[in-house]
Design a protein around this ligand. Structure first.
Ligand SMILES: O=C(O)C1=C[C@@H](OP(=O)(O)O)[C@@H](O)[C@H](O)C1
Ligand SMILES: C=C(OP(=O)(O)O)C(=O)O
Length: 422
């Protein structure tokens, strides 16, 4: 029997300050770079949740020491890459796309597997690219085996990264340790989530690696050492969006402390989306404060660069004052679940009117009723259900624990947010 979480209804405008844990994208990039670096690294404020714990466990099995430091920090000491090893990717795109290039540097066999749905997420592009760069791999998706020889020639490879930016990021992150580095050329429809590739490039450069990204769709990483990291991880701005959305949905006011004034996180774009929906958004020394409007405005928004935000935006759109159009997100069909189908089915199931288009969703708000909100093992489906539940009595979210993928205690944070301010 699937566990159902009764999503709490907001008694009035939500007013809260919500500290949000560290960024998944920064943490998992930092772990990979630290494992390949020239000395021990310190990551302060990393995300400690399923996706990042899986990354840490995989790196440990490959010979890297990842230990606990003070206040939840991670101390990473690189070791010689060891095999045989096995990697559980869970449902983490970052683990399944970032680790095969690193594992290709181990001397021996590394086996990869993951959750049932992870076996369906696109991966062949990365594995084909690695084969072209000199790796010996059996299979095109999870599960597969990689037989490393302790080094990889590297060089130039042309891929179609239109299904996921992570194909590019994964190849770039380990490339300083390939004999010739790498030149990744994208050939195909536009790459989604480009800010995530920019984050990869910025973190490589921060670690002293030479990266040339001057030409569109071409990224070149020179071989060379990766400098050890000493890093304060920013809060996860994408994970902050359901909490800010609570303010938008209830004419409330929510502050997320520590919102960076400059960042490589794609989730920063949520500020503009909230503004377009009629909220007031203020970035100040204490963080980011969103104040919700009396009536939410509909939006016509291209989410190609920030597909991660689509479930939050869709939930808000279902509560808005008119029809919204979300587009540029065909690639969400290959995320944790087919997110376009899942959002269409679940919002429609509560009485809404949602239609899939070739690359997005048309959402026409209707009065909604309670019901079971299925989540398909997708953390962001669960948080989208919680947002709707603030305004719609009787929404029951299936398997809310799936939020542990990127938030260690979402139900606890959500309840704390809804407690009346003393
Ligand atoms: O590199 C990253 O950290 C991520 C890149 C994006 O992937 P896609 O390009 O597959 O959308 C994003 O949606 C994902 O949540 C995290
Ligand atoms: C697409 C996402 O995750 P992943 O890193 O597993 O691709 C996400 O977090 O929205």
């Amino acid at each position: 029997m699937t566990q159902l979480w009764p999503a709490p209804v907001a008694a009035g405008p939500v007013r809260a300050t919500v500290p949000v844990p560290g960024s998944k994208s920064i943490t998992n990039r930092a772990l990979v770079l630290a494992a390949l670096a020239d000395g021990p690294s310190t990551l302060r404020g990393p995300l400690r949740s399923r996706d990042t714990e899986l990354m840490a466990a995989a790196l440990r099995s490959l010979g890297t020491a990842v230990r606990d430091g003070a206040e939840g920090a991670w101390l990473v000491e690189p070791g010689e890459l060891r095999a045989p090893a096995s990697v559980d990717c869970g449902l983490a795109g970052t683990v399944m796309r970032f680790l095969p290039p690193l594992a290709a540097l181990a001397d021996g066999t590394v086996s990869f597997d993951g959750d049932p749905h992870a076996r369906k997420r696109p991966l062949d592009t990365v594995l084909d690219a690695l084969r072209e760069l000199g790796a010996d791999i059996t299979g095109d998706s999870l599960p597969f085996e990689l037989r490393g020889t302790g080094s990889l020639p590297g060089g130039q490879v042309t891929i179609d990264a239109s299904a996921s930016s992570q194909f590019v990021s994964g190849l770039l992150l380990s490339a300083p340790r390939f004999e010739q580095g790498v030149t990744v050329v994208h050939d195909g429809p536009p790459v989604p989530s480009l800010p995530h590739i920019d984050m990869t490039v910025a973190m490589l450069r921060e670690a002293g690696v030479d990266v040339d990204d001057q030409r569109p769709n071409i990224w070149q990483v020179s071989p060379g050492p990766i400098r050890a990291l000493d890093l304060d991880v920013e809060p996860d701005l994408s994970n902050a969006t359901p909490f800010l959305a609570a303010a938008a949905a209830t004419a409330g006011e929510v502050t997320v402390p520590g919102w960076p004034s400059a960042t490589t996180q794609a989730g920063d774009a949520f500020r503009d989306i909230l503004t377009a929906m009629g909220a007031e958004v203020a970035l100040h020394a204490g963080g980011l404060t969103a104040t919700g409007p009396e009536r939410l405005l509909p939006v016509d928004v291209d989410l190609h660069e920030v597909g991660e935000l689509a479930p939050t935006v869709a939930a808000l759109a279902a509560l808005a004052d008119g029809p919204s159009r979300l587009h540029g997100i065909a690639h969400l069909r290959g995320h944790e679940t087919d997110r376009l189908a899942a959002l269409e089915r679940e919002i429609t199931g509560l009485g809404g009117d949602v239609e899939q288009t070739a690359d997005g969703l048309l959402i026409r708000p209707r009065p909604l009723r309670g019901g079971t909100w299925h989540t398909y093992a997708d953390h962001r489906m669960a948080t989208a259900g919680a947002i709707l539940g603030l305004r719609v009595p009787g929404v029951e979210v299936e398997d809310v624990a799936t939020t542990r993928k990127t938030i260690p205690d979402f139900p606890g944070m959500w309840s704390a947010m809804l407690e009346p301010v003393a």
